[in-house]
Structures are given as C-alpha cells and as structure tokens.
Write a protein that binds this ligand. Structure first.
Ligand code: SF4
Length: 81
C-alpha cells in the first residue's frame, strides 16, 4: 500500500504502533474531555482537505491530527475547526 499526502495514521503501512497510541490516548480521556464521534470525524474530514496535512501530521502545529482532534477543548491552529 502506498501512502498519500492525505493518509491518516490508520491508513499508513508501518504506522500501526503510532495509531495504537491514538487508541490508547482516546482510552485515557474521560467522556467529558473527548470530542463526540461525529465531531471527531468532521474535524478529520477538514484536515483531509487541508494543504497543511502531510501523512497524518499537521505541518502547522506538528501534531498527529488523529490525536489533536480527540479532545473537545483543542482546536485547529488555523481555526478551521
Ligand atoms: S489541524 Fe488545522 S491546520 Fe492542521 S491539518 Fe488539520 S485543518 Fe489543517
């Protein structure tokens, strides 16, 4: 499987360990801290269309977007979500 610029961690071969970290981080957050599933998906959809996304990393803040989008009180550094 080849990686594209818009791939997220759960789609990139060889990044399974990092994606597991996303899942562990999600499990550590309380329900009050977590963005809803719909909000999370909406945020990642915006990231997929953003020219700052490169192989699951936001080039503006340096975060893996699948981790950044998890917390309800965290926002996009370019105010896109
Ligand atoms: S967090 Fe914001 S700036 Fe970064 S990739 Fe997503 S939409 Fe783009």
């Amino acid at each position: 499987m080849s990686n594209c610029k818009r791939c997220l961690l759960n789609e990139i071969a060889g990044k399974e360990d990092v994606y597991a970290h996303v899942q562990k981080t999600r499990a550590l957050l309380s329900k009050a801290e977590l963005a809803s599933d719909a909000k999370y998906d909406e945020r990642l959809s915006v990231c997929r269309d953003c020219d700052r996304l490169l192989e699951a990393t936001c080039l503006k803040c340096g975060c893996y977007v699948e981790i950044r989008a998890l917390k309800t009180d965290v926002h996009c550094p370019m105010k896109k979500w």
